[in-house]
Design a protein around this ligand. Structure first.
Ligand code: BGC
Length: 447
């Protein structure tokens, strides 16, 4: 099957995020983000890696965009760094930050690459975290001010917006488990962070719509197909709870269905943070939902695990193929999630805004041969096509990621790029998967 099988109007692209690629963490008036502080704290990130330099995309974007053009990639998803634009989180904007994103957006357009911009991909200004970050309801105003600035500054050239990247991951890992920035733990932080992120998701959408009525507006969700470890009723009930937490917690309020509290009784304390009228503020009619899928989760009931009473059974223990992230390679997961999301009555169109894999890539004689990643992308895309052929409204696919980059708590070891980055020299080398994607996009390679 070639690219044509997906239709002419299917959007193809690659995804990245500011903190993972830009570097220049203190350049030209940028404020600190929670990730600058977290990665600068010993023991938080593997090998104490940080994003201070990352891929130096801040300086190297002209070359990187030219590489993207040579690879025939028509759409580029990247995020804006809130503290680069508003070092204090609100108030006076940083002119140099505005100028940088203006240059980046203009350069994309000059090369015929369409920018798809995420407002928030996890790098909250540290100044705001000092005031409670996502747990402080004032974030609703801060986020609206930030969104307004971005749309007023870039909306004349950016037509595709995504409000949040994976709210479940940044609230769960950052405010409940403490393994991502800002490293807070427990229900007392998690529950208000969830509610405020869900409200900001809709506030962001409404703000963009008001200022730029013609814009295409989405938001993105992490999702994994959840299956039971054993054919037992208690594992089936566990599947429903984990699915509600990982796949439905942010999607359903956005669709006007409220939080899935029937399947997540322990989340009922979220009602404590709800102010009169909040129910009406949670929904927003997005133009698309970004689906971000990498793997599936196999779960079993566990009496001893607090709240969720579930354990994930790692791929390693199940004798199945898995990536460097220890995530099972399970292409059908994306097919099932596209179907699951498309079953909601008022779901807008779906776009796969992230999918990809980390494998141990090596440069040999100036080349990076990564057949596992080529096979991974082909198999997942076959499943996207299968869902589309069955009537699911899926209209785009973005590979995570364009270049190898800073993989959050895992540091630089897991490489997800179509393009290899040598972190000593910062040299870029297109991997076989990058060449395959290029050829596929030109209709010359198949799935
Ligand atoms: C995130 C990316 C991350 C990728 C691989 C997604 O959860 O949006 O920032 O690098 O998955 O872990």
């Amino acid at each position: 099957m070639t690219r044509d099988a997906f239709g002419n109007d299917f959007c193809w692209g690659v995804s990245t995020a500011a903190y993972q690629i830009e570097g220049a963490h203190e350049a030209e008036g940028k404020g600190a983000s929670i990730w600058d502080v977290f990665s600068g704290t010993k023991g938080k990130v593997k090998l104490n890696h940080n994003g201070n330099l990352a891929c130096d995309f801040f300086n190297r974007y002209p070359d990187d965009l030219e590489l993207m053009q040579q690879m025939h990639i028509p759409n580029f998803r990247f995020s804006l760094s809130w503290p680069r634009l508003l070092p204090q989180g609100f108030g006076r904007p940083n002119k140099a930050g505005l100028a940088y994103y203006n240059r980046l957006i203009d350069h994309c357009l000059e090369l015929g690459i369409t920018p798809w911009v995420t407002l928030y991909h996890w790098d909250l200004p540290h100044a705001l975290e000092k005031q409670g970050g996502w747990t402080n309801r004032a974030v609703l105003d801060w986020f609206e001010e930030y969104t307004t600035l971005c749309v007023n500054q870039f909306g004349d050239r950016v037509n595709h917006w995504m409000v949040l990247n994976e709210p479940m991951v940044f609230t769960g890992a950052g405010y409940f488990l403490g393994v991502h920035a800002p490293g807070r733990r427990g229900f007392g932080s998690f529950v208000p962070a969830v509610h405020h992120a869900a409200l900001c998701q809709a506030i962001g959408g409404r703000t963009i719509r008001r200022l730029q009525p013609e814009a295409t507006i989405g938001t993105t969700f992490s999702c994994s197909y959840i299956t039971p470890y054993r054919p037992e009723e208690k594992d089936a009930r566990t599947v429903r709870r984990v699915d509600a937490l990982l796949n439905r917690l942010f999607l359903e309020p956005a669709l006007g269905l409220g939080y899935p509290l029937d399947d997540l009784k322990f989340m009922r304390r979220i009602e404590k943070y709800m102010k009169p009228g909040d129910e009406d503020l949670l929904p927003f009619e997005f133009d698309f939902i970004g689906v971000q899928n990498y793997t599936r989760e196999v779960v079993k009931h566990s009496f001893w695990t607090p709240f969720l009473q579930a354990n994930l059974v790692p791929a390693r223990k199940r004798n199945v193929p898995y990536t460097l992230m220890n995530w099972e390679v399970y292409p059908e997961s994306i097919y099932h999630m596209l179907h699951q999301f498309s079953q909601y009555a008022n779901i807008p169109k779906l776009i796969v805004t992230e999918n990809g894999a980390a494998f141990p890539d090596q440069v040999l004689d100036g080349k990076v041969h990564d057949p596992q990643r080529v096979a991974f992308l082909q198999q997942y895309l076959q499943q996207v096509h299968r869902a589309k052929a069955e009537g699911v409204k899926v209209s785009g696919y973005f590979v995570w990621s364009f270049v190898d980059n800073f993989e959050w708590a895992e540091g630089y070891d897991p490489r997800f790029g179509l393009v290899h980055v040598d972190y000593e020299t910062l040299q870029r080398t297109i991997k076989s998967s990058g060449y395959w994607y290029r050829d596929f996009l030109q209709g010359k390679a198949t799935l």
